[in-house]
Design a protein around this ligand. Structure first.
Ligand code: 87F
Length: 687
């Protein structure tokens, strides 16, 4: 160390220099605070940022000092903006800090750059976040003192006096990554085909949802745009389910999306596990709200105070309401469009009954409806079951579920749930009535929901290497007619023929579209509508025109055949057959992913083969937890992380105890702990 070259050897020298440069500062003296975690414990003035200082060095001993707000997750991609490669950068070690700044670990700060007599520090990188603060908390050389100075003074007085280069840039990867993603998207739009096979599942899924025009990306992480092609599917689900619940005398309503903190926490049991996911509104304009308001994550505690007013006597029961809304849950697990998003669409039904039996019956009726939505509309098979005590909705008595299994990776996916809430909420919210003997009784309640996640399951089940494959009942267009222009054919006549066929089909209540765009070739159109999953394509070229035929091409199995125009009334039947064939194929694929196991070895073997496993089980929560932990440890597929967010877990959890199951006899043991088994349970890795 060459002491002659040290301009600012200690804090006194530093503070004097600040004064000399006309920099105003607020000063705090304290015990040494070597890490940012220590620094943040010191109280600063309002509007001051705690700054973490990171000194990086590349292979050629060029140094880079990063000043970041303490909450900023410093990513890697920003180096690219600077024309540098993150791969060459290392955090500097003690002796390097000493070489460049004549300082030590825990004493890295921008003032020490004054001591960089050999001009090793090539650039000072300032986190854009810091521009939002009035002042920065920094150590004047030594970490026993902190000064608060403005960023402006740091830049235009201090760093300027040293003639040091600095740049203000965005340090988190999120924004940059999105920009890169957008560039990639643009390229993808130009290259039409899906570039990977379905076996490359997660990349395939990302491409399918974009190229089928279901999803557009949005700049709030975990939120996505549902394009008309996707929203139509949701509307079909709404129509179908609405018709079912109307028969059950459920009425549609709308409750506000805001919720006061005091109501949210009323049912402690219920909110504890979910607290971290609740999003809050804290401001209006420039002012703080007196009471922050939660955004609806579910509406039990929004609705039930009103239920208490509406339920007075047994004649007010049953009370059955439903609403179609969005909900917000600020999840930190890796988001996947449709499957796990921070805002999603759902219906939530809530009922109150005078007897337990009636409520239980309601729970199972709704569960059957969910099974029908999946089977009859989406052609996705589900397993009806009951959640274990650890997996049930904590606010209720028991939770029933429809579970499915994604054939490609064997992961369980909860499709919808229907809860028996017992009297837990009615006691909390005082939803009670006088029964016919004038006795005060608490109502028996249910709640149930299905979400836009169901669309994700459908895409995953039916899509193929060419893209989306839509089951006919949810397709916006069930049939697309493509005229094939030919020199021997009058274009006007051909278009008229197409229109005539379209009208015939519309009369049969089919959803039909003619693609007569003249700037795309027939081949391009075939590909496009295949990617979008339209169940049937009708081609009409010169041959078909002359013979009064159309050429039918089925998306699902690529079957191609001619039919006469007068036979077009068969199309409804053909679409039904397609639905049934898709559903049957899906059932086989699901069943192939369910294996039985009688002991731990078989269990892990099947889990590692990406299957779900049906086992005899003792129903003890301790045993369940052990299986979860142990399977995670022994799993070949470990938790993976992207940007520090857990993506999918390698451990197995219980999906459900299927309703349909064989009886277990005395003496038959739990596959894991050898206690008497009580029921079969299905285990798997899950979404
Ligand atoms: C997230 C934050 C706050 C799930 C949450 O399943 C609360 C919750 O209560 C929460 N995530 N849940 C459980 C929802 C239960 C129930 N509500 C009606 C349903 C279906 C619809």
């Amino acid at each position: 160390m060459d002491n002659n070259n040290i301009l600012l050897p200690n804090k006194q020298a530093c503070l004097e220099q600040l004064t000399k440069l006309g920099i105003n500062y607020i000063v705090h003296h304290h015990d040494p605070v070597p890490t940012i975690n220590d620094v943040v414990k010191i109280q600063m003035t309002d509007g001051t940022a705690y700054v973490k200082n990171l000194l990086y060095v590349d292979k050629k001993s060029n140094y880079y000092l990063i000043l970041a707000n303490h909450t900023t997750q410093v990513g890697k991609l920003f180096w690219k903006t600077l024309g540098l490669s993150s791969g060459n950068m290392r955090l500097s070690k003690e002796e390097q800090i000493s070489e460049a700044l004549k300082s030590s670990k825990g004493n890295v700060n921008p003032f020490a750059v004054a001591n960089d007599s050999n001009n090793l520090v090539k650039n000072i990188i300032i986190d854009e976040e810091l521009t939002k603060f009035k002042r920065l908390a920094l150590h004047p050389i030594e970490n026993t003192t902190t000064v608060e100075i403005s960023l402006d003074d740091l830049q235009n007085k201090f760093l300027k006096s040293l003639n040091k280069k600095y740049q203000v840039i965005q340090l988190t990867d999120e924004v940059l990554e999105q920009q890169l993603e957008q560039q990639k998207d643009q390229q993808n739009l130009q290259t039409l085909a899906i570039t990977v096979k379905k076996s490359d599942f997660s990349e395939w899924y990302q491409q399918v949802i974009r190229k089928a025009e279901l999803i557009e990306y949005y700049d709030v992480s975990g939120c996505y745009i549902l394009r008309p092609w996707a929203y139509f599917i949701w509307e079909q689900i709404q129509r179908y389910f609405d018709d079912l619940i109307r028969i059950e005398d459920v009425e549609n309503t709308y409750f506000p999306m805001f919720l006061q903190a005091k109501n949210l926490i009323k049912e402690k049991n219920f909110v504890d596990g979910f607290k971290a996911e609740v999003a809050w509104v804290t401001k209006y304009g420039e002012s703080d709200l007196n009471e922050p308001l939660a955004l609806r994550p579910t509406s039990e505690t929004i609705m039930y105070p009103a239920f208490a007013k509406w339920v007075q006597s047994h004649r007010d029961l049953p009370l059955k309401v439903n609403q179609w809304t969005n909900v917000v849950r600020w999840e930190f697990k890796y988001p996947t469009p449709f499957i796990r998003t921070r805002e999603f669409l759902w219906q939530e039904g809530h009922t109150a009954h005078s007897t337990k039996e009636e409520a239980v019956k309601q729970v199972y009726t709704i569960l059957d409806f969910y099974e029908q939505v999946y089977g009859e509309l989406l052609a996705v098979p589900v397993i009806k079951g009951i959640k274990t005590e650890s997996e049930k909705f904590a606010g209720g008595d028991f939770t029933t579920t429809v579970e499915t299994i994604i054939p490609q990776n064997g992961r369980g996916l909860q499709g919808a749930t229907s809860h028996h809430l017992g009297q837990n909420f009615s006691k909390m919210f005082e939803i009670n009535f006088e029964d016919d003997k004038k006795q005060k009784t608490f109502a028996w309640q249910t709640s149930w929901g299905i979400t836009t996640r169901s669309i994700g399951a459908m895409i995953m089940f039916h899509g193929d290497d060419k893209g989306l494959v839509l089951p006919p009942r949810i397709a916006k267009y069930q049939i697309v007619i493509i005229p094939i222009i030919h020199k021997d054919l009058d274009e006007k006549q051909l278009n008229e023929r197409c229109e005539q066929i379209k009208q015939m089909l519309i009369k049969q209540k089919l959803r039909v579209h003619i693609d007569n765009r003249d700037n795309y070739s027939p081949g391009w159109k075939f590909n496009k509508w295949e990617q979008k999953g339209v169940p049937i394509r009708l081609e009409i070229g010169p041959g078909e025109f002359k013979n009064n035929e159309v050429r039918v091409v089925q998306r699902f199995d690529n079957k191609k055949y001619q039919i006469k125009i007068e036979e077009l009334n068969q199309l409804n039947q053909i679409l039904d057959n397609i639905h049934n064939a898709m559903f049957e194929k899906a059932k086989i694929e699901l069943n192939q992913r369910i294996k039985q196991a009688d002991n731990w070895k078989e269990f892990m073997t099947q889990l590692n083969l990406r299957n779900t496993i049906l086992t005899k089980w003792c129903e003890s929560q301790g045993c369940e937890q052990q299986v979860k932990d142990k399977s995670g440890r022994e799993s070949k597929e470990k938790d993976s992380q992207i940007d520090g967010q857990v993506q999918l877990t390698g451990s197995a959890k219980t999906l459900c105890m299927p309703l349909k199951q064989d009886e277990i006899k005395d003496g038959e043991k739990c596959f894991h702990c050898d206690q008497q088994a009580k029921r079969y349970v299905l285990w798997g890795r899950s979404y």
